[in-house]
Design a protein around this ligand. Structure first.
Ligand SMILES: [Zn+2]
Length: 63
């Protein structure tokens, strides 16, 4: 099951309330504002700031 893009569009970063990008980070959601990456596990996004990891677009491995 893929996440519904319209549903995803409602998400925002829990830390800075910024827009999340799933296009730049296919396996989860990346906040372009505070550069945090939120993973998706079993189609459930994990938006715990404590579980988020630093995200750098240039370091995102190509799939
Ligand atoms: Zn943010």
């Amino acid at each position: 099951m893929a996440l519904d893009p319209d549903f995803v569009a409602l998400f925002c970063c829990p830390q800075c309330r910024g827009k999340l990008s799933s296009e730049k980070a296919p396996e989860g959601f990346a906040c372009v504002g505070c550069k945090l990456f939120y993973s998706v596990e079993d189609d459930v996004p994990n938006f715990n700031v404590e579980d988020a990891r630093p995200w750098a677009p240039s370091e995102t491995p190509a799939l």
